[in-house]
Design a protein around this ligand. Structure first.
Ligand SMILES: NC(=O)c1ccc[n+]([C@@H]2O[C@H](COP(=O)([O-])OP(=O)(O)OC[C@H]3O[C@@H](n4cnc5c(N)ncnc54)[C@H](O)[C@@H]3O)[C@@H](O)[C@H]2O)c1
Length: 360
């Protein structure tokens, strides 16, 4: 088992099985702690036997909400609070999130706010959540159509990653993780891009060693970044590369385009903007397109409503009155808070992800 320490604060255990989890749990919580497992309907269905074993072995209470980004809402938060109250959670209780980024973000927010904070453990089960959302402390939910507009920072007591969970992901869900992985390759470590290029077949045959290595590398980068700027005041913004457009794609599509795919598309637009505004060499974009094609990631998106799209960009929580983007000067050299005009965004969209649509 690999152990990564995040900001001297908590451990991330990374393994290809789930066997070590009980020992890790035992070492980290007291015997009499009430355990609340929070998951979504899809993960619950896929891993019913595991949840039954959990409930029996740990005497845990199970809280299952409907899966999907449109349930990342205040109603679901209420649902979790009600479950905690009805099952007599107390200040010493622990919430264990087992699921993707939606479960992790929501369970963390519920843990952060219930009785002013109870313990939280994260067991991420999607590639997006294993390479990215499980560390960094960001929690929250969407409100009035705006992504993650309500939330807070709250660290888990520990994170337990098992690549075993990835085997039940569909190809589409796997692809969603590639968006965030490519982001790390673009902003910080081009070796990740080479690794993806050289191991594309192993990725789809779920080779554990490939995933263990990618997860470790991505989390190491994220841990280094958040160690320098946990509260996302400046440097941590680089992790949002591609995300401003991504959030707009998610919102404009009514959340039918999943986060990771939206990030992958957002990266392409950010690369084009970088070419225009920071003179990024065009090979970076061209190589990205080649990699996307090899992996089967989409390279185009049809914007139906540009007004709604720009509205979402302007109201992205990371922007003030100005529209700021994280852009790239060179591969692995980011510049944060680059002010971008609406016309530049439209130009970049029309010369990247919406290009095919325009040329039809
Ligand atoms: N907190 C952060 O720093 C951070 C970072 C990145 C993304 N996010 C958030 O994470 C969310 C996206 O995460 P996601 O892509 O994991 O989405 P998700 O949690 O919605 O999971 C995608 C789908 O996969 C299902 N699923 C989960 N695990 C599975 C498994 N092992 N096998 C089969 N199906 C499984 C889920 O039920 C869901 O239907 C977004 O809301 C995004 O805002 C947060």
């Amino acid at each position: 088992m690999n152990i990564l320490k995040v900001a001297d604060c908590y451990n991330v255990y990374i393994d290809n099985s789930f066997e070590g989890f009980y020992d890790v749990l035992k070492a980290n919580i007291n015997e009499n702690t009430k355990i609340f497992i929070v998951t979504d309907s899809c993960v619950h269905k896929k891993y019913e036997a595991l949840f039954i074993e959990f409930a029996n072995t740990l005497n845990a209470s199970l809280c299952v909400f409907n899966h999907g980004e449109d349930n990342k809402s205040i109603d679901t938060i209420s649902f979790i609070y009600n479950h905690l109250l009805e099952n007599e959670a107390d200040k010493n209780s622990v919430i264990i999130a087992i699921g993707g980024g939606v479960v992790g973000d929501m369970a963390a927010f519920a843990a952060a706010t219930f009785m002013r904070g109870i313990k939280f453990i994260n067991v991420p089960t999607t590639l997006v959540s294993q390479v990215d959302s499980c560390i960094g402390g960001k929690s929250g939910y969407n409100y009035r159509g705006i992504k993650n507009i309500i939330g807070c920072f709250y660290n888990p007591k520990l994170v337990y990653i098992s690549t075993h969970f990835l085997k039940t992901l569909s190809k589409e869900h796997l692809l969603e993780g590639f968006g965030e992985i490519i982001k790390y390759g673009v902003i910080m470590d081009k070796n990740i891009l080479d690794f993806l290029n050289n191991n594309s077949s192993g990725l789809f045959s779920f080779e554990d060693s490939i995933y263990l290595s990618i997860i470790k590398e991505c989390l190491k980068i994220k841990a280094e970044v958040i160690a320098q700027d946990y509260n996302d005041k400046a440097f941590r913004n680089i992790l949002n590369f591609g995300h401003t457009t991504a959030h707009a794609i998610e919102a404009e599509s009514g959340y039918t385009i999943p986060h990771g795919i939206a990030v992958a598309l957002g990266i392409l637009t950010a690369l084009k903007l970088s070419e225009k505004l920071l003179k990024l060499e065009s090979d970076v974009y061209k190589n990205a397109i080649k990699l996307y094609t090899k992996l089967g990631l989409p390279t185009s998106y049809k914007v139906d409503n540009y007004e709604a799209f720009l509205y979402a960009i302007k109201h992205d929580k990371k922007n003030n009155d100005k529209i700021n983007f994280v852009l790239l000067e060179n591969l692995n050299k980011c510049r944060i808070k680059v002010e971008v005009k609406e016309d530049d965004i439209l130009w970049a969209l029309k010369n990247s992800i919406t290009m095919e649509v325009f040329n039809k």
